[in-house]
Design a protein around this ligand. Structure first.
Ligand SMILES: Cc1cc2nc3c(=O)[nH]c(=O)nc-3n(C[C@H](O)[C@H](O)[C@H](O)COP(=O)(O)OP(=O)(O)OC[C@H]3O[C@@H](n4cnc5c(N)ncnc54)[C@H](O)[C@@H]3O)c2cc1C
Length: 437
C-alpha cells in the first residue's frame, strides 16, 4: 500500500467556515498552512447548508451602518447568550465572540461577502456566500489545499501532536502529515442520526481523534433538533424548506388522526414555542410525542399543511424564498401541487447542529500540546442552546454563525496544564463548564 509524506507548519482538518477562517488566521502569521477536507472544497460540511445569519450586538451593527438596534449593547447580548445557553456556556468564549464579532463581520464584508438583509441583531447572508468568501480569501493568502482526504487519526510524539494520518479517498493512498500544530475543524456528527439535515461527511471523527489524543470533550448532550423538516419523498428528506416556510406562513401541523395537536398545549407556550429558534425545541417535542403515541405519519413524522393560509399567499411567500421552486439545488416543484390539492407533506424533528464538542480556551487550544480546535466540533460559546437572533423574545434560545468562530492566534504553546490535570483527576470523564454569573 502506497504512502505519501506531506510537511507543513499548521495542518487544518476541515473545509467548512471554521477551517477556512482558522487557516487564514494561521497563514497571516507567515507560517505554511495546509487545509485538508474530506469532501469537495467549500461544498461539503454544514456551512454551505446554513441560512445563514451572523449575530452581533445591535449597537455595533448600527455603527456599521446596518439598521441594528442601538439600545442592544454588548452587555445585553452577553446576558442573552448566557441565559439562553442555560448558564452552561464558557463565558470567556462568549466575551471573545461578542468582542470580536464586529471586526470579523467587517473583514468578511471587505473580502466580498454579500449581505441579503439585516435586522436588529443580525445580518443575513447565505452559507454558500460565506464559505465562498473565506475559501477565496484562503486561496489568495496562500493556504495549500487537499480535498477528498479523510484524516483518520492524530500522530502523537512525546505527549504532543506532531501530525496526522490521512487517507486519499479516491486513490486509497495513505498520507502522513507532519506538522507543528493541528487544528481540528471537522464540524458536527450528523451522520450518527438518521435522518439529519447535514452532509454525509459529518461523522464526528475529529472529536473522536481529539478525545483519543487526550483532549477533553463536553456538553455532548446538547444537540439541536430542527422541527418541520421534510421527510418524504426521499429526495426531499432532511431539507429545511418547510421549516423556513413555517416561520413565514401560518402552517398547520396535524397527526394521523387529523388533530391539530399544538392545540393541546397552553396558548402562551404555543405562541412563544412556535417563534423562530424557540420552535426547534417545542415543536420537535410536541411532534415526537404524537409519533411516540402512534399518531405519526407513515414515514415517521407528522403532517404539515397550509391550514387557514390561502394557497395564493403560500405561493407568493414560497416563491419569494425559493425562486423557481428551488432551494439549495433541491427541486421543490411538486410541493405547490400537493398544497393546491389541499394535501399535506410529511415533516418531523431532525438533528441540525451540536453545541458540545472539544473543550478549548480563548486561543482555541485544547489540553493537548500542539492540538487546537475551532467551529462546531468544539464546546463553543453557546452552552446548552444557541442564542435567539432577535431581541423580541419570550421570558429562553440561537444562531450566531459558528462558522464565524475564528482563530486569530498563531498556534504556539499549550494553554495551561489545568485542563489536563482536571481530566486526569476525573478519570477522563468529561465535565461541564463552571458557572460564572
Ligand atoms: C441545514 C443547516 C442549516 C443551518 N443554518 C444555520 C444558520 O442559518 N445560521 C447559523 O449560524 N448556523 C446554521 N447552521 C449551523 C452552521 O452551519 C454550522 O454550525 C457551521 O457551518 C459549522 O461550521 P464548521 O466549519 O465548524 O463545520 P462544517 O462546515 O460542517 O465543516 C466541517 C468540515 O470538516 C470536514 N471533515 C469532517 N471530518 C473530516 C475528516 N476526518 N478529515 C477531513 N475533513 C473532515 C468536512 O468535510 C467539512 O469540510 C446550520 C446547519 C445546518 C446543517
Amino acid at each position: 500500500m502506497s504512502e505519501r509524506i506531506i510537511e507543513t507548519d499548521v495542518l487544518v482538518v476541515g473545509g467548512g467556515g471554521a477551517g477556512f477562517r482558522t487557516a487564514i488566521a494561521a497563514r497571516e502569521t507567515g507560517v505554511r498552512v495546509m487545509l485538508v477536507s474530506k469532501g469537495p472544497l467549500a461544498r461539503c460540511g454544514a456551512t454551505p447548508m446554513a441560512g445563514a445569519d451572523f449575530t452581533l450586538d445591535g449597537l455595533s451593527l448600527s455603527r456599521m451602518g446596518f439598521p441594528g438596534e442601538p439600545k442592544d449593547t454588548k452587555g445585553k447580548f452577553f446576558n442573552d447568550i448566557v441565559t439562553q445557553g442555560f448558564y452552561l456556556n464558557n463565558q470567556k468564549l462568549v466575551e471573545q465572540y461578542i468582542g470580536s464579532a464586529p471586526a470579523r463581520l467587517k473583514e468578511l464584508l471587505e473580502w466580498g461577502m454579500k449581505v441579503d438583509s439585516s435586522e436588529e441583531r443580525a445580518i443575513f447572508t447565505s452559507g454558500l456566500g460565506l464559505v465562498d468568501t473565506v475559501c477565496r480569501r484562503a486561496k489568495t493568502c496562500g493556504v495549500d489545499f487537499l480535498e477528498d482526504v479523510m484524516v483518520l487519526d492524530l500522530v502523537i510524539q512525546g505527549g504532543r501532536v506532531v501530525g496526522a494520518l490521512g487517507l486519499d479517498i479516491p486513490t486509497g493512498e495513505f498520507i502522513r502529515f507532519r506538522s507543528r500544530a493541528v487544528i481540528i475543524a471537522t464540524g458536527g456528527w450528523h451522520k450518527a442520526f438518521w435522518p439529519n439535515t447535514g452532509m454525509r461527511d459529518l461523522s464526528g471523527e475529529g472529536i473522536a481523534m481529539a478525545h483519543r489524543a487526550g483532549a477533553e470533550i463536553g456538553n455532548m448532550e446538547f444537540i439541536t433538533f430542527c422541527c418541520n423538516i421534510l421527510l418524504w419523498p426521499p429526495i426531499w428528506r432532511g431539507s429545511l424548506a418547510t421549516y423556513i416556510l413555517s416561520l413565514r406562513i401560518d402552517a398547520e401541523l396535524t397527526n394521523s388522526a387529523g388533530e391539530v395537536f399544538l392545540k393541546k398545549y397552553d396558548p402562551f407556550v404555543v405562541k412563544w414555542g412556535t417563534y423562530m429558534e424557540w420552535n426547534k425545541g417545542f415543536v420537535s417535542f410536541a411532534s415526537t410525542r404524537e409519533i411516540r403515541d402512534g399518531k405519526g405519519s407513515p414515514h415517521g413524522g407528522v403532517y404539515f399543511g397550509l391550514g387557514s393560509t390561502p394557497y395564493e399567499t403560500f405561493e407568493k411567500i414560497a416563491l419569494g424564498r425559493f425562486p423557481g421552486w428551488k432551494y439549495k439545488a433541491l427541486d421543490l416543484s411538486e410541493m405547490p401541487k400537493i398544497f393546491k390539492e389541499g394535501k399535506a407533506v410529511e415533516v418531523g424533528p431532525v438533528v441540525e447542529y451540536f453545541d458540545g464538542g472539544i473543550v478549548v480556551n480563548e486561543k482555541f487550544e485544547t489540553a493537548v500540546e500542539g492540538l487546537y480546535a475551532a467551529g462546531e466540533c468544539t464546546l463553543g460559546p453557546f452552552g446548552a442552546n444557541r442564542v435567539e437572533r432577535t431581541r423580541k423574545r419570550p421570558p429562553c434560545p440561537s444562531f450566531p454563525c459558528r462558522s464565524s468562530v475564528i482563530c486569530r492566534e498563531k498556534p504556539k504553546k499549550p494553554w495551561d496544564e489545568r485542563m489536563a490535570r482536571n481530566r486526569r483527576k476525573s478519570g477522563g470523564r468529561s465535565r461541564r463548564w463552571p458557572i460564572r454569573i
